[in-house]
Design a protein around this ligand. Structure first.
Ligand code: PLP
Length: 366
């Protein structure tokens, strides 16, 4: 059994993909070629935003908007410690300070009450200036954007939706990519919409921000590529990756429906799966459940292993307890929900092509 099956998917798109690869070999525009612009148009249409701006990774998709806003030393950016390290890393890279906020134990997404308290505490403390919030749509479930936007408006903060795992999800009829000032997704191969290497994209309705992000991804250039107007980076997407994404997009909605079926089937038999609030639609990037104790989780992981069922722990270490982030001065006990989750959570096989018999095997093992 595969934790994630990319082979079956590849068999479906292989022929048209080879055709696209051959076209790229013929035209030779390997970076930012016509496939990249075709993809950007289709992505913008897909989520209903004015601008989709492709880039080299999900990490750069988070970094670039922060650069556009001039976030740097002395600035506070609020996010959770229960996410992939990239979310906090980009804040630190710019010399700004990640201020962590614990998550809900139901959805594993940022706790809005605690977010507001953290913002007020930062203001009272007076050492840092609150600049932005990066809510994470963990495992594919969107965060609470109505509340988050209210808080952002109250304190005049920018919002970047970390949609690395949630592209394809929605709240009601509003697709992921449309929340906050800008959204950032990842096309890492394991994501619901992934390429065959690194890739990412930003989504926004803000014309000015879109122009800034486009310039930053190409070394801060817009009019003349040998004359930087602002400090940028090498953040471009290449044409081969765009070609993969274009072909995968043609079956993406069907795959999302298949993922949803897998999730529903698991949920019939397993308690304590990640909560998906009413009217929220997950992209089902991962299927995660929690157990009562660390001991129980370890027992289950061992049983699964003995039965040749792959499982992964996302995330074993909350970011505030990682050595690399030790300089921030957080300690064990600061974010009890995140710390508890890292001890009690496990992700089970999840992909569109998982067979009923395979899911039964996982359920029986547990
Ligand atoms: C929540 C989250 N944010 C950011 C990233 C970074 O994306 P990438 O690996 O494409 O740089 C990831 C990727 O794993 C992620 O899961």
């Amino acid at each position: 059994m595969e934790f994630l099956d990319l082979k079956t998917q590849q068999d479906r798109i292989r022929k048209p993909l080879e055709k696209r690869f051959n076209a790229i070999l013929d035209h030779g525009a390997y970076i930012m070629g016509p496939e990249v612009y075709e993809l950007e148009e289709k992505l913008a249409d897909y989520c209903g935003v004015k601008h989709a701006i492709s880039c080299s990774s999900g990490t750069d998709a988070l970094l670039i908007p922060l650069m556009a806003w001039g976030v740097g030393p002395g600035d506070a950016v609020f996010t959770t410690p229960f996410t992939y390290v990239a979310t906090a890393e980009v804040i630190a890279l710019l010399g700004a300070t990640p201020v962590f906020v614990d998550v809900y134990d139901s959805t594993f997404n940022i706790d809005c009450e605690k977010l507001e308290i953290a913002i007020q505490d930062t203001i009272k403390d007076g050492k840092l200036i609150p600049k932005a919030i990066i809510p994470v749509d963990l495992f594919g479930v969107p965060a609470r954007y109505r509340l988050i936007q209210e808080i952002a408006n109250t304190y005049n903060l920018r919002v970047i939706e970390d949609a690395a795992q949630s592209f394809g999800g929605s709240i009601g009829s509003k697709k992921v990519g449309t929340f906050g000032d800008i959204a950032a997704t990842s096309f890492y191969p394991a994501k619901p919409l992934g390429c065959y290497g690194d890739g990412g994209a930003m989504f926004t309705n803000d014309d000015h921000l879109a122009e800034q992000c486009k310039a930053i991804r190409i070394h801060g250039t817009s009019l003349d590529k040998y004359n930087s107007e602002v400090i940028g980076l090498n953040g471009r997407l290449d044409s081969m990756q765009a070609a993969v994404l274009l072909e995968k997009l043609t079956i993406f909605d069907e795959e999302l429906a298949m993922r949803s079926k897998v999730s529903n089937y698991y949920r019939k038999y397993l308690n304590d799966a990640q909560c998906i609030p009413e009217n929220y639609h997950s992209s089902h990037a991962l299927f995660s459940i929690t157990f009562d104790s660390h001991k129980k989780r370890e027992e289950i992981v061992n049983t699964l292993k003995q039965n040749n069922i792959p499982s992964v722990i996302y995330y074993k270490y909350p970011i505030h307890l990682m050595k690399g982030f030790g300089y921030l001065g957080y300690k064990d006990g600061d974010f009890p929900i995140s710390e508890g989750l890292s001890q009690k959570i496990v992700s089970l096989p999840m992909h569109p092509y998982l067979q009923k018999e395979e899911i039964d095997q996982v359920i029986e093992s547990i």
